[in-house]
Design a binder for this molecule. Structure first.
Ligand code: ZN
Length: 131
């Protein structure tokens, strides 16, 4: 990781995008990474075509968890829920500059795990259209 990128991540960790709460979220989920103490909550709103209309996250934790979730919420905005479920750890690694210590992998991917759990919980609550 070069210095410029490192500074960018530190800044993003301090002032993350999409930080806060939504008034009436359609879905929300919270989880933590006990090995580091990171805790992340994601709230989202879906539009009529099941795209992410708005997304906010809150919680606290290390710079990597905060910066990574900030970039993830930027990427998720506007995506259909099917595409959210396809987001992979590769995107997270790419966002973080390509490499990360294995020990910090859980910090980096916590936001993605929480986002997918929120989406899955919401999708599971939809009426089954096949019956
Ligand atoms: Zn962490």
């Amino acid at each position: 990781m070069d210095d410029f990128y490192r500074d960018y991540l530190i800044e993003l960790g301090r002032n993350p995008h999409n930080y806060g709460h939504l008034e009436h979220p359609d879905a929300a989920f919270e989880d933590l990474n006990p090995t580091c103490g990171d805790r992340i909550r994601i709230e989202l709103k879906l539009d009529a075509s099941h795209r992410i209309a708005d997304i906010k996250f809150s919680g606290r934790g290390c710079m990597i968890s905060q910066a990574s979730t900030s970039m993830l919420t930027d990427a998720a905005k506007g995506l259909p829920v099917e595409d959210v479920m396809k987001l992979s750890h590769d995107l997270i690694l790419e966002n973080l500059g390509g490499s990360i210590l294995p020990a910090r992998m859980k910090c980096a991917t916590l936001g993605l795990k929480v986002l997918k759990s929120a989406v899955m919980g919401e999708v599971a609550s939809w009426p089954d259209e096949s019956t």
